[in-house]
Write a protein that binds this ligand. Structure first.
Ligand SMILES: Cc1cc2nc3c(=O)[nH]c(=O)nc-3n(C[C@H](O)[C@H](O)[C@H](O)COP(=O)(O)O)c2cc1C
Length: 169
């Protein structure tokens, strides 16, 4: 019997998985004291159409997640091409990430970032433990989609925009 191959190391994992390009979101909530919380999040995905569900994965070390979990609600803000600095502001722990940003309090108790391409308001339906992250499943309560501008994209640690579709061969 051959021994199972050792699990890949962190560098190999990041290198291979970083080749999966995605959009970027900021997941937000407003805590019981009325303070907004949020973090940059690439692991957002659409999950189910009927019922409408989405998911994201959050590190167990996140300082924003415990504040969100207590509210039972979150909003996913899909970032537009011009929002690289917004992403950077939400990719740090601590401080007032919302300072200097234009945003509004939604009726769902979440924070909507001005200029986002779409906002998905959810209630927390389920939280699953998975390694050093949690998988958070949300029931979609309201959707807001806006036209104008393309998405902010993330690939191998860099930010990209795309203003054209790949033509047919
Ligand atoms: C492009 C990008 C995508 C990210 N995606 C995630 C993610 O999916 N899940 C996660 O937990 N952290 C993700 N992060 C890291 C968090 O945004 C970062 O750790 C942040 O400091 C967490 O803030 P918090 O401690 O307030 O929760 C991402 C960061 C960047 C720049």
């Amino acid at each position: 019997m051959t021994a199972p191959a050792p699990a890949p190391g962190e560098a190999a994992f990041r290198d291979a998985l970083g080749r999966f390009a995605s959009g970027i979101t900021v997941v937000t909530s407003i805590d019981a004291a009325g303070r907004p919380a949020g973090f940059a999040c690439q692991s957002f995905a659409s999950l189910s159409l009927d019922p409408p569900l989405v998911l994201f994965c959050v590190a167990r070390t996140s300082t924003s997640w415990p504040k969100m979990a207590g509210t039972g609600r979150f909003a996913v803000n899909v970032l537009a091409a011009g929002q690289r600095d917004v992403c950077r502001a939400f990719a740090v722990s601590g401080g007032d990430k919302f300072a200097g940003l234009s945003w509004t309090r939604s009726p769902h108790g979440t924070a909507h970032l001005d200029g986002a391409l779409a906002t998905v308001d959810c209630t927390i339906a389920d939280v699953h433990e998975a390694g050093d992250h949690l998988i958070v499943v949300g029931s979609v309560r309201e959707l807001d989609a806006r036209d104008g501008g393309g998405p902010l994209l993330y690939y191998r640690g860099d930010y990209f925009t795309s203003d054209h579709a790949v033509a047919d061969a």
